[in-house]
Design a protein around this ligand. Structure first.
Ligand code: SAH
Length: 217
């Protein structure tokens, strides 16, 4: 966002106000979300709605998540500056960009090659060197980079995928929407302790489904 433009400055203020009023109160998360311009990740006819707190369509029939949900998920992960984070579901790349401001290293994966390529181009443009994007079926995680301090899944699974649970470091946190794709789902926070996993339900959400395999388009 160009903050010299008074309209843009006002939109930005409203954007941050909407985040706070929906429970995004962590200062580091708000600062990261102020820094990363959502407008860079939404193109075409929806670009003018980039600063509204709504999910919007992106390429390949997918969606960029609602900013307040992005903020709440990021906040729930409690990311520290030394964390290595895995995001499953790159989509537009917006969420990965926010994570990259807070974490040491971000791996983000998507089953659509085109989304990964486009997101990589934006990461380069914005100068975000600590994000690596890969085309893989993220239900299996990214074993060659595991374990991760934090894992964020931005597509709904029927259950938290086993390989992702296994790739979470002890002491780590995973946030994942769980439930059937055409229903309201629950956002679950999973903590891996020394002797098992603890599950907390955060709120109702609605995400596109976690699908199997690499997309063929
Ligand atoms: N985090 C994104 C929004 C994600 S939309 C953003 O900030 O814009 C969900 C994404 O999950 C879609 O891009 C979809 O292609 C991807 N996805 C669904 N199933 C997947 C799987 N098994 N592996 C990797 N990505 C998957």
């Amino acid at each position: 966002m160009n903050s010299d433009d008074p309209d843009q400055a006002e939109r930005k203020m409203r954007f941050l106000y909407a985040l706070r009023s929906k429970g995004v109160t962590d200062k580091r998360v708000l600062t990261a979300m102020e820094k990363i311009d959502r407008g860079a990740f939404v193109t075409g006819i929806f670009a003018e709605r980039a600063y509204e707190d709504v999910p919007l369509p992106i390429a390949c029939g997918q969606t960029i998540s609602q900013p307040s949900v992005v903020g709440l998920m990021t906040q729930a992960l409690d990311i520290g500056p030394r964390d290595k984070v895995l995001e499953v579901g790159t989509g537009s790349g917006y969420q990965a960009a926010i994570l990259s401001v807070l974490a040491r290293r971000v791996y983000t994966v998507d089953r659509h090659r085109m989304l990964v390529r486009e997101a990589e181009a934006i990461f380069r443009e914005l100068g975000l060197p600590n994000i690596t994007a890969r085309v893989v079926d993220g239900s299996f995680g990214l074993p060659e980079q595991a374990p991760f301090d934090k894992i964020l899944v931005t597509a709904a699974a029927e259950d938290p995928p086993g390989p992702l649970l296994a790739q979470l470091r002890i002491g780590g946190i995973m946030v994942v929407p769980v439930g059937q794709s055409d229903h309201v789902q629950s956002l679950i926070k999973v903590r891996r302790g020394p002797s098992g996993y603890e599950y907390d339900e955060l709120r109702a959400v609605r995400f596109v489904p976690l699908l199997e395999g690499i997309a063929q388009d």
